[in-house]
Ligand binder design. Structure first.
Ligand code: EPZ
Length: 431
């Protein structure tokens, strides 16, 4: 397994281009199952999760082509992907594939909506909590689906097609809202989704579905209205920039010090995280082209944070923020309200000399003056990158093991950080 070696202690200075959002790209790719026509996605990030989802979609009969580079395009420009689900040849998504990526479970909705039947393995994904799918299944049932669970598989059917209905989510769920949107787009009649997730990735999916001919109002608010149509067509859509990648690099600069321009980042996608960073003492300046993050000289002020659904502080930046507060001038309290087991990074951050004490859903972080490099183990995607951030600010060498977690969600991490002066190097498995 690859590892990453980081020689910490330097500042970050330069420009980091922000990639297309993984968590928008995945549901957008899955939406290709809803139409016989071509769905073209631009600004697609080059990530292991994207490649795995292409395999899963291919198994259902989706052909794809990735357009070659055009003159003037940079290595960091996103890819253009054409997806063609002319014929759905298989409505089963097997355990071997779905267990490796939770979001692939969402194929259940478009398969059911288009083919009237689907068999999808219960999902896997990052080890950050129990992560049930009950709300996703309830949403489909509200649209007339019959759901059974047998031998680890969800068997869903709607022989006469899905019918619009009222979906009331008892808690905000991003995946549930994606599934409800895709299913309702092809259901007969009207659907109302109450307590819908308001994440930017939901809006991106809804925008793409609207381009495909869906009738959707209210995406981005907590009530979404959908009027089903009999079929959807092809479309061309650009994946929005990755707010979690943006926030991750912003936190890295806030921790190491320096001055980095996050090119293509959009502040409205992560305002709460940017406000929090400002409170720690970082300077954030936004313009039409991106976000500039600086911290020169001054220390890191401690700040308390609670994760919440959008527009609150995102759970996907909790680990990175914790890394930052390990060097604050005082005590920060970080409360995780979305996932019950998303503190796997705590024991790894402790290897750098961080002082973190866990009390139920809250991590109490007492800042220390210096961190020291150490061998550490990546556990899940966002936890892994929190270790990279800590390593950049630590004295000496860090080796991050199990780097495949990072490759799932961060495009060209070493190159992007390296271009800003970080000493980061990938060690291939054999070394
Ligand atoms: C999405 O996961 C993201 N994944 C996650 O990012 C992100 O952390 C999460 O939303 C929250 O923002 C993708 O977009 C691919 P949820 P999702 O349904 O949809 C509970 C990353 O690192 N719940 O909003 O799976 C659930 O257990 C990943 O990129 C139920 O109880 O999350 C959690 O407590 C990690 N029953 C809460 O709801 C259900 O049926 C929110 O989960 C579904 C969810």
């Amino acid at each position: 397994m690859d590892r990453i070696r980081i020689e910490g202690g330097g500042e970050l200075r330069g420009v980091i281009p922000i990639s297309g959002a993984k968590n928008a790209a995945l549901p957008l790719m899955i939406a290709s199952l809803l139409t016989r026509e071509t769905l073209t996605l631009e600004n697609l990030p080059r990530l292991a999760d994207v490649r795995l989802l292409l395999r899963i979609l291919g198994n259902h009969g989706v052909d794809h082509t990735i357009a070659g580079k055009r003159p003037g395009e940079l290595a960091t420009s996103g890819q253009t992907l054409h997806l063609d689900a002319k014929n759905i040849v298989d409505t089963t998504a097997p355990y071997e594939l779905v267990s490796r990526m939770r979001a692939s479970f969402w194929v259940l909705a478009p398969l059911l909506a288009r083919a009237g039947v689907a068999k999808v393995s219960l999902p896997g994904g990052c080890a950050i909590g129990t992560r049930p799918v009950d709300l996703l299944l309830q949403a489909l049932e509200a649209l007339g689906a019959k759901i059974d669970i047998e031998a680890g598989y969800v068997l869903a059917s709607a022989p006469k097609g899905l019918v619009g209905g009222k979906i009331v989510f008892p808690k905000v769920t991003v995946g549930g809202t994606h599934v409800a949107l895709m299913a309702a787009a092809l259901a007969k009649g009207d659907t109302l989704i109450h307590n819908a997730a308001r994440e930017p990735e939901i809006v991106d999916l809804a925008d793409c579905l609207i381009k495909m001919g869906a009738k959707i109002k209210g995406a981005g608010s907590s009530t979404i209205e959908i009027t089903g149509v009999t079929s959807l067509g092809g479309a061309r859509h650009t994946v929005l920039p990755d707010r979690i990648e943006t926030g991750t690099y912003a936190m890295a600069v806030a921790m190491t010090g320096g001055d980095v321009f996050l090119q293509g980042a959009r502040p409205e996608l992560l305002q709460s995280a940017l406000d929090t960073l400002t409170r720690t003492g970082a300077q954030i300046v936004c313009d039409a082209g991106g976000i500039r993050v600086r911290r020169n000289g001054g220390g890191i002020a401690p700040v308390d944070v609670t994760t919440e659904p959008f527009p609150g502080f995102p759970t996907d930046l909790q680990a990175q923020f914790m890394a930052l507060t390990t060097r604050a001038n005082g005590v920060s309290r970080i409360t995780e309200t979305i996932f019950e087991n998303r503190f796997m990074h705590v024991q790894e951050l402790a290897r750098f000399g961080a002082k973190i004490h866990l009390e139920h859903d809250t991590a109490i972080v007492t800042g220390v003056k210096t961190l020291k490099g150490a061998p550490v183990m990546a556990t899940d995607l966002r936890a892994s990158v929190s270790l990279v951030i800590a390593a950049l600010a630590a004295e000496g060498e860090t080796i991050v093991h199990r780097v495949y977690h990072l490759d799932r969600g961060f495009e060209q991490l070493e190159q992007k950080l390296g271009a800003c002066g970080a000493r980061v190097e990938r060690l291939a498995a054999a070394e």
